[in-house]
Design a protein around this ligand. Structure first.
Ligand code: PGA
Length: 252
């Protein structure tokens, strides 16, 4: 059985103090009621070391939202995969559409980040997804297949065990416009098929594929009910404990 996961992506929000308060609220809410899925929060780098202490020994996993494409050295302002790991975090998000679009992260750059993250013992939440024009042109499958091939196909099946995919149609991120459960399922099944073609059926069956894009308590249950949807990557709704918990509860 593959893992069900609800992961938060805080993006560039919350002061250190606000982040600690939110993590403590979540810790209390999940201690009161054990979730039926894995729970991860991915936060700005500045929160990680402090939140590692808050989340230690709880069901909450911790991750960064990015890491450098270089191992170490004179790269002012960058944070390496080994530095992320040294905070106590276990995950890193890579390939988010905001990083691809605003920071020009290419498939080659993402491949370098992916290998460094895995080599340093991090689990990777790797994001893929098409923009609106690509969907309107009916090219979403082609685009996503290329994103998968360009960054993931040279992994070994063993490395793939530490990768979770997140399908995030760019037109649904932060827009309030969610993909329908059918659109999500169609794409997730397609992604699983592409991964099966490269890594074989058993590896693809083990791979968790999350949906992301305006996921909220009110739509999570329907989206998560689809057979190839294994959870969500949650932006806006991960910033309020009640909303995030509401999405986690979709697995009840
Ligand atoms: P959203 O963001 O839930 O605010 O749409 C999702 C994401 O970007 O991971």
């Amino acid at each position: 059985m593959r893992k069900k996961i609800v992961a938060g992506n805080w993006k560039m929000n919350l002061s250190l103090q606000e982040g600690v308060a939110l993590a403590n609220d979540l810790k209390a809410a999940l201690a009161a009621e054990t979730p039926n899925c894995d729970v991860v929060i991915c936060t700005p780098f500045i929160h990680l070391a402090t939140l590692a202490a808050v989340t230690e020994g709880t069901v909450i996993g911790l991750g960064a939202e990015n890491c450098a494409d270089k191992e170490k050295g004179a790269y002012t302002g960058e944070v390496s995969a080994s530095q992320v790991k040294s905070t106590g975090a276990q995950y890193v998000i890579l390939g988010h559409s905001e990083r691809r679009a605003y920071y020009h992260e290419t498939a080659e750059i993402l491949k370098a980040k992916l290998h460094l993250a895995l080599d340093n013992g991090l689990k990777v939440i790797f994001c893929i997804g098409e923009v609106l024009e690509e969907r309107e042109a009916g090219k979403q499958n082609e685009v996503v297949a290329r994103q998968l091939a360009d960054s993931l196909f040279d992994l070994t099946a063993e490395q793939l065990k530490n990768v979770v995919l997140a399908y995030e149609p760019v037109w649904a991120i932060g827009t309030g416009k969610t993909a329908t459960a059918e659109q999500a399922e169609d794409m997730h099944a397609f992604i699983r098929g592409v991964m099966a073609g490269r890594f074989g059926e058993p590896a693809a069956e083990e791979l968790s594929i999350l949906y992301g894009g305006s996921c909220k308590p009110s739509n999570a249950k329907e989206i998560f009910s689809k057979p190839d949807v294994d959870g969500g990557l949650i932006g806006g709704a991960s910033l309020k404990c009640a909303d995030f918990k509401g999405i986690i509860d979709a697995w009840k």
